[in-house]
Design a protein around this ligand. Structure first.
Ligand code: GDP
Ligand code: MN
Length: 405
């Protein structure tokens, strides 16, 4: 389960990690009201489960009350890389001297936790790894021994902070960084996280170390031990992931513009690969699983289309336990009730495929094409999305802060 930035920061605060004063706002008026408590300047941040918000215009630095209200209104109305923000975090702004990167994540290759640190934070870490692998500290953490002192020292050494970096209370930034590294490890372990990432972890011009961003993922299989977190994330509103999870769907939002719905993770992943090979990009991973009924298909479509960034929809079903006619009925239900103004391409094979095709043919839905096979379906969806893009139907996100983090 991925947490929103403000949920992750609440865990950070409980774990003793340094975070700034902030207020969550659901409306522009609430954002403006938060200034009374926080003062100015502030940063207004879209609460969406995707990185690169800065680049996409979802993070705004504001110096006046009017700017705060306008930024909040803008962000709440737009989509940030395919995600609609139900709330914004209004947070005290700081002056940044250095942006660092710190994460602990579960590594398949290491079969355990790995700590990654870079003195070049604020940017995409994969980029740093490619360009300058020597700039990274990457150290496996033995889950039984825990984080060792030498590993903390390695991080502090790589940060290369001098005596000029000292906080207002006299704490050297080096010491503050060491405490952060230890606290992140404890948080990762105690919250059954698979990822705790801080990018950027900053040293301010006044020498303080602060977690400016949070990205936390909790292992779904451990959620029974974190009932509070789970309730919180699900109450968190009409979040697409939460809606999908409740309906029993495996759903991951992606950055592209072709909505993908299929049965079985392998089929969905290979469909996404085929789309990429044909020059398109998938908007999501949506697996309705085996034996899905019409209502589940209907929910899946709603969740996919809710992003508002989909330019074509590709439904690929290889019926085994799943009956193609059940899927077809779900499609007819949603497409009959909602105006879907993007092309819909359907591929039905396997269990009850002929019945499914008959259901679709009988419904005569405008904009829906039944493809003869999976490859044709991909071709049609990619071409359909490209045609929609050419007609310029979607508003582009406006870049604001230029940096990706
Ligand atoms: P992300 O783009 O989704 O990773 O969002 P972040 O929370 O990492 O913010 C993106 C960038 O905004 C950071 O790397 C900072 O450069 C900038 N930023 C965020 N908060 C502040 C702040 O308080 N002061 C300043 N000067 N920049 C900030
Ligand atoms: Mn970030």
């Amino acid at each position: 389960m991925d947490l929103l930035e403000h949920q992750g920061k609440r865990l950070f605060a409980d774990a003793g990690l340094p975070v700034l004063h902030a207020r969550l706002a659901l409306t522009a008026a609430q954002a403006q009201a938060a200034i009374g408590e926080l003062g100015l300047p502030v940063v207004v941040k879209a609460q969406v489960k995707t990185g690169g918000r800065g680049k996409a215009g979802g993070i705004r630095y504001c110096t006046t009350e009017g700017e705060v209200a306008a930024a909040a209104a803008d962000i709440l109305a737009m989509t940030v890389r395919g995600h609609r923000a139900a709330s914004v975090l209004v947070e005290q702004a700081v002056e940044i001297a250095h942006e660092l990167y710190l994460a602990i994540s579960s590594s398949r290759a290491q079969r355990g936790p790995v700590l990654v640190f870079s003195a070049e934070g604020g940017v995409d870490i994969e980029e740093v790894a490619r360009r300058n692998p020597a700039a990274l500290v990457r150290t496996p953490v033995d889950p039984l021994l825990g984080l060792c002192d030498y590993q903390v020292r390695d991080v502090v050494a790589a940060a290369a902070l001098g005596p000029e970096h000292t906080g207002p209370d006299g704490t050297p930034a080096k010491q503050a960084l060491a405490a952060v590294v230890r606290a992140v490890w404890r948080l990762y372990r105690d919250s059954d996280a698979t990822l705790c990432e801080i990018n950027p972890l900053v040293v301010t011009t006044s020498g303080e170390v602060v977690c400016l961003d949070s990205k936390v993922t909790i292992d779904d299989n451990a959620l029974y031990r974190h009932a509070d977190l789970k309730a919180d994330a699900e109450a968190g509103a009409e979040d697409r992931e939460a809606r999908a999870r409740k309906a029993g769907l495996a759903f991951v939002a992606l950055d592209g513009d072709i909505g993908v719905l299929g049965n079985g993770a392998g089929l969905v992943m290979s469909t996404i690969d085929q789309i990429a090979a044909a020059g398109g990009s998938a908007a999501d991973f949506c697996d309705i699983g085996g034996g899905a009924r019409a209502e589940v298909v209907a929910t899946a479509l709603e969740v996919i289309l809710a992003a508002g960034t989909v330019r074509a929809l590709l439904v690929s079903i290889f019926g085994g336990i799943t009956r193609c006619d059940e899927v077809a009925r779900g499609l007819v239900q949603v497409l009959g009730e909602t105006t879907v103004d993007v092309p819909v391409v359907v591929r039905l094979d396997g269990n009850a495929a002929a019945e499914g095709r008959a259901v679709l043919a009988g419904a005569r839905l405008p904009g829906l094409t039944v493809a003869t096979d999976a490859a044709e379906a991909v071709r049609l969806a990619v071409a359909g999305a490209a045609a929609q893009a050419g007609s310029g139907t979607l508003p582009q996100a406006r870049p604001d802060l230029p940096r990706e983090a």
